[in-house]
Write a protein that binds this ligand. Structure first.
Ligand code: ZN
Length: 418
């Protein structure tokens, strides 16, 4: 395994929920000398800072100049589609203990069948303390044997309320109490919880030539990790380097830690204010800024090639995607596409274009949302995947490191000289 890939595997394993991902980013930033900014405290103008809000984290590195300069922003998201634990989840049926789950975003729910998973997220105690928790593989959604319903072999139909309820053991199990006990708390200590299903099987290199990487949460921890590695590895650039990792992208980004909310804008405003740029200086800064929205995209599926555009057929291990959509589901336009090509040339990184088949509606990313809020030139990019939104996705072994190399060149402003 390359060092980038083994580090990505460690990052994904340390990040079973968005809250863990934000905490792991923060931990690595602190180890590299970044200091934490609390939102309720006066803004500190020092060069290398970060802020965590729920499952979102924003880090920035400012040059020493006092004059307004642009922001170079890499945006990504920390959450992945799956399931959350319902508020009062425990039930029993015919001797089995079960847990009520709510579907989060658009997971391929069939990919969670007969797969062991744990719960990961945060507990809020009576005194308001937030505790991150992550359990072993306690849950499984058992698939129905074909002997009991021959039709499942022909067409699998899953009722999301009835058929996706996992078993957690036998008898009566107070699941929230069991989760609380993993961090030495009692059930009565817990006033709130945000707990997500999290696949516990570790990432793995696969394929005859060991050139494929199978892992949970590649969408979108591959981009969060690449952005973080790029921020920490890149040399100083002429502009303010910003890494913005939002939560709730998989459910539309409308939340206080999502890309439709004011989080990034308030951070940029406070950076500008702390440096004395004033209102006009801040607007000049935005006009000179750009944002690279990094989110996993689609490699061509060999079994469904007709669903792709015939002239655009991205493959894995041929470099990150430039994602284009005329209807602005991706924010890329000509000038930002050109920015991306300059960045990739400067970094020596290959890139390939994804555009949808006109009969197949396109997904979206945080790119159009932040472009709409801030008016910043934006490009959408990301590594190509198969099995997007599966419990376990599949990418190539070289693309994640290539994405990090391109983002590092972007932070350094390498495109200025190409
Ligand atoms: Zn995504």
């Amino acid at each position: 395994m390359t060092s980038h890939l083994s580090d990505l595997a460690a990052f994904i394993t340390a990040s079973p929920s968005a809250y863990h991902a934000a905490a792991e980013v923060a931990r690595r930033l602190e180890a590299a000398g970044y200091t934490r900014q609390h939102e309720t405290e006066p803004w500190q103008p020092q060069g290398r800072r970060f802020l965590v809000r729920d499952g979102a984290v924003i880090a920035w590195r400012a040059p020493s100049t006092e004059q307004p300069v642009g922001f170079r922003i890499v945006g990504a998201h920390t959450d992945s589609p799956g399931f959350t634990l319902k508020p009062d989840p425990a039930s029993t049926a015919f001797g089995w203990a079960q847990a009520g789950l709510e579907v989060y975003g658009g997971p391929l729910v069939n990919s969670w069948l007969d797969r062991e998973f744990g719960l990961a997220g945060r507990l809020i105690t009576r005194d308001g303390e937030v505790r991150l928790v992550s359990t072993p593989a306690w849950l499984r959604i058992p698939q129905l044997a074909p002997h009991l319903d021959r039709s499942v072999a022909e067409q699998l139909r899953l009722d999301r309320q009835l058929h996706l309820k996992p078993i957690t053991g036998l008898g009566a199990i107070d699941l929230v109490a069991a989760v609380a006990a993993t961090v030495g708390l009692e059930r009565d200590d817990i006033d709130g919880h945000d707990l997500f299903a999290a696949v516990t099987e570790p990432p793995a290199i696969i394929g005859v030539a060991a050139d494929l990487f199978a892992s949970p949460r590649l969408d979108n921890l591959s981009s969060v990790h690449a952005g973080l590695v790029a921020l920490l590895a890149s040399g100083p650039g002429p502009e303010v380097a910003v890494l913005a990792c939002f939560d709730h992208e998989e459910v539309g980004s409308a939340s206080r830690s999502g890309a439709q909310g004011p989080l990034l804008e308030s951070v940029l405003q406070r950076i500008a204010a702390s440096r004395g740029w004033g209102v006009d200086g801040y607007q000049r800064s935005l006009a000179a800024s750009s944002l690279v929205s990094a989110d996993a995209g689609h490699a061509i599926h060999p079994n469904y090639p007709q669903l792709h555009d015939p002239e655009h057929r991205p493959v894995v291990n041929a470099g990150p995607l430039l994602k284009v959509n005329a209807n602005q589901r991706y924010a890329t336009q000509g000038p930002s596409a050109a920015l991306w090509h300059r960045v990739c040339r400067a970094a020596g990184v290959p890139t390939q274009v994804f555009v949808s088949n006109n009969e197949v509606p396109c997904g979206s990313t945080i790119g159009p949302l932040t472009a709409t809020r801030l008016g910043i030139v934006t490009v959408d990019v990301g590594i190509p995947l198969l099995s997007m939104h599966s419990a376990r996705e599949l990418c190539g072994t070289s693309d994640p490191g290539q994405l990090a190399a391109a983002l590092s060149a972007y932070f350094e402003g390498a495109d200025h000289s190409t």
